[in-house]
Design a protein around this ligand. Structure first.
Ligand SMILES: [Zn+2]
Length: 385
């Protein structure tokens, strides 16, 4: 492959089939740790190597190094904590094994407990998110998951049941797919929304510079007003089928929660896409940001200040908008500043509020062919589907 996974090898912590039954029986004798939906998604991501070089949930030492220096103790860059949090003090001790159980109580994995510890959540939030305010959705989620944590290597015994299953691929699968297509360069595109015209501009830029485009939307917990996974994926399927060279695009979902950690999450997103086999990663304006918590270009600058460079190439793109003078989607680098008053920003917030008001968003914001899928998505979420 043209790019190694972060840390040099793709982590594999899925129990081999011949050991699975034995491990499940052993697990019945271990103390239990219950995992919520986001923790289960990350258990699976660790097991299949999406979070390489992580082999488990972080210990206190790992969290502290990542929060303070963006480094794992082994010297690899890592920017976000990956935690197994608990609201109550866990009744397990370091050195033993625990059975990780899903919401239904079924064993899904084994944790080799290396550390049981208490987190200083506001301090961690300030280091990672740059704020300890609960009005930040990532910080709010961090607090709600509890101040206790267990760390250690994991083994996945059963793939957890979740509604994103039909969309996800493992890094091993995408790497094989990219190789089969003969792609030497793959540009990955992160999103948490259905595609609008500014997204499309960036994706076409990706198609110009690389052999293949890997569209990898985050499917997992998001803000209340974000679109649901089904709508995002259906809109992309339509866009790819009708408007993209299909043999040059791969679409798959990444099932993990959005953290809205801005620059730190941009680094995390890049590392994850490298693990999936991407050689390039597009980072737009205010990547993974929320509200006004981050400078829109902090997610670009962070890549210049990492303790070590990443193997994946970062494609930094400024603000993309529709310019009435240029008569098309353009960016700060292609449209002169004198057109500033004639630019319209292309955001999903604008498109959503037009749809909610019963209006059809103009074609310079979103392709008319996709409007129906988005309308259905909004109706579905209004019904609580
Ligand atoms: Zn212009």
């Amino acid at each position: 492959m043209p790019v190694d996974p972060h840390g040099g090898k793709l982590v594999q912590r899925v129990a081999p089939e011949q050991e699975r039954q034995k491990l499940l029986r052993e697990g019945e004798r271990y103390p239990s740790l219950h995992a919520d939906e986001e923790t289960l998604l990350d258990l699976e991501n660790i097991a299949v190597g999406a979070f390489s070089p992580l082999e488990g949930f972080m210990t206190r030492e790992e969290v502290e190094r990542v929060a303070a220096e963006m480094l794992l103790p082994n010297g690899e860059v890592f920017s976000l904590p990956v935690l197994f949090q608990q609201r109550e003090p866990p009744r397990v001790v370091a050195g033993e094994s625990a059975a990780i159980r899903d919401v239904q109580g079924q064993i899904v994995g084994i944790l080799e407990i290396q550390d049981v510890y208490r987190l200083d959540l506001p301090a961690l939030a300030r280091q990672v998110y740059g704020t300890d305010s609960t009005s930040h959705p990532g910080v709010d989620l961090l607090y709600r998951k509890g101040e206790y944590a267990v760390g250690g290597r994991i083994q996945l015994l059963r793939f957890p049941t979740h509604r994103y299953r039909k969309w996800v691929m493992t890094p091993a699968q995408t790497r094989i797919l990219f190789a089969q297509r003969g792609w030497r360069t793959v540009v990955a595109f992160q999103t948490r929304n259905p595609p609008h015209r500014a997204h499309e501009y960036l994706q076409r830029l990706g198609l110009e510079i690389a052999d293949g485009l890997f569209i990898h939307p985050i499917l997992g917990r998001k803000k209340e007003d974000d679109f649901d996974s089904e709508t995002i994926m259906r809109a992309y399927q339509l866009l790819i089928a009708r408007f993209y060279p299909q043999d040059r695009v791969v679409l798959a979902g990444l099932a993990t929660a959005m953290r809205y950690a801005g620059p730190r999450e941009a680094v995390f997103h890049a590392i994850v896409r490298q693990n999936f086999g991407a050689t390039h990663f597009i980072v737009g304006r205010d990547h993974a940001g929320v509200g006004n918590f981050y400078n829109p270009y902090a997610a670009h600058r962070i890549f210049d200040t990492l303790p070590a460079p990443l193997a994946i190439t970062i494609v930094k793109v400024g603000a993309v908008f529709h310019c009435a003078v240029c008569g098309e989607i353009a960016s700060e680098r292609t449209c002169p500043a004198s057109h500033e008053m004639r630019r319209t920003s292309v955001t999903m917030t604008t498109i959503r509020s037009l749809l909610r008001a019963g209006k059809t968003p103009p074609p310079e914001l979103i392709r008319p062919e996709l409007v129906g899928v988005l309308q259905e998505g909004l109706e579905g979420s209004a019904l609580g589907v």
